[in-house]
Design a protein around this ligand. Structure first.
Ligand code: XMP
Length: 328
């Protein structure tokens, strides 16, 4: 899509009315660009791809084909939520691919972080390309590229970068990038106006390789399961005490070593669950959220009682720098 106005002289979208005007304008532009052809979109469930999906559904309905690839590294309930919102509520044309086994088999025994990322990124492209080849008549590829992606001249984000598609597919598709002039806050205002649920629009950032970067070292299914359950408890408790709306990013990481503990009067070897809760505006630097001790005690009690394989809960107090936000 041709970029007509630069964001520097564009009115920023801060109100429902401005969001509605943006939506009306984009719906027109998308219909003109796409005509009666089909559009393919990799729908991760992140803010940007979800808002692009909702906008395209508004503009062209079932001419949009969404592909949700579950790489087995999603947080608890996340793929289910994508299906519920887009298939059940928005009646989207949605292909769901559970590729968990493919990803986890390829990752088995791989401990090096960059190699893990590469495997996940490549396999994502493979799965997506396979689905793309199965569909006839697709002429466009939609992407949730936003303005900061262009500013950082990264084009599109690491893992969801379908720009890595094989040449035959890349040549076949023209891009549709209706959010390319927006900043993240604006994408959120537009998402709310399109009727997306708040938890999807205000979702915390989540790396493309998902829990793969937080299940440290070589991923095993049992440790990944423990991580997912512990992370879900952290999110539940942050929701319950009001921290969820206040903290920029919070999650659990689980390293690949065990220590001795005791459970039911017996020696119990387990992994530690590491809690990280940080605030930032641009993710370049980050400070530590002061989580009340009562909340930490409750989270610790729940994780150690409810999650098989975890026998300690630790809190990471390291700002960025010197620690990065993620553990990997
Ligand atoms: P670090 O760990 O570098 O993370 O301090 C900075 C922010 O970037 C997020 N992150 C990612 N986001 N794809 C993304 O879209 C990725 O591959 C990725 N890796 C890290 C991280 O969660 C944090 O918010």
């Amino acid at each position: 899509m041709e970029i007509i106005v630069r964001p520097e002289n564009m009115q920023r979208i801060t109100t429902p009315e401005l969001a509605q005007a943006f939506i009306d304008e984009q719906v027109d532009l998308i219909r003109k660009q796409v005509g009666n052809k089909k559009v393919l979109l990799a729908l991760s469930g992140g803010v940007d791809s979800s808002v692009v999906a909702a906008l395209l559904i508004r503009a062209i309905g079932k001419q949009l084909i969404c592909v949700h690839v579950n790489h087995g590294l999603m947080r608890k309930g996340e793929s289910e939520n994508v299906l519920e919102v887009f298939r059940n509520q928005m009646d989207a044309n949605l292909i769901y691919v559970d590729a968990t086994d493919r990803f986890l088999n390829l990752l088995a025994g791989v401990a090096e972080p960059e190699q893990k990322r590469k495997i996940i990124g490549n396999e994502f492209i493979n799965v997506f390309a396979e689905e793309a080849r199965k569909e006839d008549g697709i002429a466009f590829l939609a992407q949730g590229t936003i303005y900061p992606d262009i500013l950082e001249s990264k084009g599109v984000k690491a893992h969801h970068n379908v720009g890595g598609l094989p040449d035959d597919l890349k040549k076949k598709f023209e891009l549709v990038e209706p959010l390319a002039l927006l900043f993240k806050d604006e994408v959120r205002v537009v998402g709310v106006e399109l009727g997306l649920p708040a938890e999807m629009v205000y979702r915390q950032p989540f790396p493309g390789p998902g829990l793969g970067v937080r299940c440290l070292g070589a991923i095993t299914r049992d440790r990944l399961h423990a991580l997912r359950e512990a992370d879900a408890i952290l999110r539940e408790e942050f929701d319950a005490c009001g921290l969820a709306g206040k903290v920029w990013q919070y999650f659990v990481a689980v390293p690949d070593f065990t220590s001795v503990g005791v459970r039911d009067g017996k020696r119990y070897m387990g992994w530690p669950a590491i809690i990280r809760a940080v605030n930032t505006t641009d993710a370049m630097t980050a400070t530590i959220e002061e989580v009340p001790y009562a909340v930490l005690h409750k989270i610790t009690a729940r994780i150690t009682a409810e999650v098989e394989g975890i026998n300690r809960v630790l809190l990471d107090l390291t700002p960025k720098p010197v620690g990065t936000i993620e553990w990997e």
